[in-house]
Ligand binder design. Structure first.
Ligand code: FAD
Length: 464
């Protein structure tokens, strides 16, 4: 027998977008049902994305930092890596967070249904688990997230990984090929390199992290090229699973014709989960790329149905999904909310970290904007010198006429934290003068952002 429940809002997908939307709607006094097919809430981010990757990256950085102590006269013995214990630690971190989200959901009296949801009418979602349930709703928020893109040439073999396989940490391959030099590929390279794998990274474009400016990525290239083989402007054109290894053939000037690897991680992007959930049948418009079309209130072409997170336009990032989730619920509750951030920061949690926000220099050029650049190598920073972090750079772009900050890029230790000053200035419409007049503590790495502004504003004339 099919059971039915009636709610103000049904949220499909319990990732950062979905659970944030559900909690905000409940806090605003609406009755909410949250539908998730996994056993736990938290989505890709908490279960198989942001959190496990950052946990493993922290372990990698402990190993790396221990190695670098020798230059300060402090040396440690070779680290003993117990991958079973590391995996257990990672699972424990995930479990703490998913339990916390479940408790927050319970405290708000959000009705949680575990099962696969599909729209069967403009006001009804069917959820199939052991028994089928129908959720009748006044409003729906779709937050079904995304999945890894598969390479058609990749054989179906347990040694060909996606990011979830890489994060499961079942084995440390001797030779690991990573296809895709974006954030996920580079973060996994950092982890497996620290654990002892020999890493090759293949990127079709002319630089790793193609979304950021080349000069901002340069310190990362410098830090990793001694340990990884980085093959840019290179494509994988064939892959064959053999008994002992995977044979891979390449096309690219500096690439070998072929090579063998113990495992291959395919990290070439992600696609929105918009198929098979009944969207077409209820008239929700989907773009050619498979994204749900929304306005700045996160409303789809069916006004009482909203969509957020990886399934709508913009960067596929957890912090974008959560902001959009709040907007959708506030609009449903009758508040005047829109999603119009001045900028959304992006971070690669590599060593050194790469972070950028607002316009890149590439984009400013393409858009014909007249801009000034303040660029500061971290060699000039007293803090960078004292902590051995001189391999870094801070760059800020300003509108030539108004002095308004247009964007910033930082590569170096803690760049992912430092970038938020630039994000706040962008949100507030601040200028080079505002940044230069803000007293920055000394000695901090954040001073490099003030120096970049001072160079443009004229209160500092030269860096080196
Ligand atoms: P998701 O987190 O994908 O959640 C969607 C949920 O919907 C899933 O749990 C899924 O099971 C459920 N679902 C789908 N279809 C149905 C259905 N029909 N019925 C029921 N449930 C359904 N972003 C960052 O900002 N910082 C990072 O450091 C970062 N690191 C990452 C590392 C990796 C390895 C990966 C893969 C991603 C990373 N991301 C990071 C991206 C981030 O995880 C996503 O942008 C974010 O999770 C998107 O949130 P979401 O709510 O849109 O969807």
């Amino acid at each position: 027998m099919t059971e039915s429940i009636n709610v103000d809002v049904v949220v499909l997908g319990g990732g950062p977008g979905g659970y944030t939307a559900a909690f905000r709607a409940a806090d605003l006094g609406l009755s909410v049902c949250l539908v998730e097919k996994r056993d736990t809430l938290g989505g890709v981010c908490v279960n198989v994305g942001c959190i496990p990757s950052k946990t493993l990256l922290h372990a990698a950085s402990l190993i790396e930092h221990a190695k670098h102590g020798a230059s300060m006269g402090i040396s440690f013995t070779e680290p003993n890596i117990d991958i079973d214990a590391l995996r257990t630690h990672k699972e424990g971190t995930i479990s703490e967070l998913t339990k916390g989200i479940a408790n927050l959901s319970k405290a708000r009296k959000v009705v949680r249904l575990q099962g696969e949801g599909q729209f069967i009418g403009e006001r009804t979602l069917s959820v199939s688990a052991d028994t089928e349930q129908h959720v009748n709703f006044k409003h729906a928020i779709i937050a079904t997230g995304s999945h890894s893109v598969k390479l058609p040439i990749a054989p179906d073999d347990s040694r060909v990984w996606d990011s979830t396989d890489a994060l499961s940490l079942h084995t440390i391959p001797e030779k690991l090929l990573i296809i895709g030099g974006g954030i996920i590929g580079l973060e996994m390279a950092q982890v497996y390199s620290a654990l002892g794998s020999e890493i090759t990274i293949v990127e079709a474009q002319d630089q790793i992290i193609p979304a950021a400016d080349k000069d901002i990525v340069q310190p990362l290239v410098k830090a990793t090229k001694k340990t990884y083989q980085l093959l840019t402007k290179t494509k994988v054109i064939g892959m064959e699973a053999q008994d002992a290894d995977i044979a891979v053939s390449f096309e690219g000037k500096k690439a070998p014709e072929s090579a063998i690897f113990d495992a291959v991680l395919v990290a070439v992007g992600r696609r929105p989960n918009t198929a098979g959930i009944g969207l077409e049948s209820i008239g929700v418009a989907i773009s050619e790329q498979g994204l749900v079309e929304v306005n700045d209130r996160m409303q789809t072409s069916v006004p009482h149905i909203f969509a957020i997170g990886d399934i709508v336009k913009g960067p596929m990032l957890a912090h974008k999904a959560t902001h959009e989730g709040k907007v959708a619920s506030e609009v449903i509750a009758g508040l005047d909310a829109t999603f119009h951030p001045a900028a959304i920061p992006s971070v690669a949690y590599t060593s050194p970290e790469v972070a950028w926000v607002g316009l890149t220099e590439k984009e400013a050029k393409q858009q014909g904007i007249d801009y000034s650049t303040g660029k500061v190598p971290w060699l000039v920073s007293g803090r960078a010198q004292s902590v051995g972090a001189t391999n870094g750079v801070t760059k800020a772009l300003f509108d030539k006429e108004s002095g308004a900050l247009l964007g910033a890029g930082i590569c170096g230790e803690n760049a992912g934290e430092l970038i938020h000053e630039a994000a706040a200035v962008l949100e507030l419409g601040g200028t080079a003068k505002d940044i230069a007049h803000t007293v920055h503590a000394h000695p901090t790495l954040a001073e490099t952002f003030a120096f970049a502004a001072e160079l443009v504003e004229g209160s500092m004339t030269d860096m080196l």
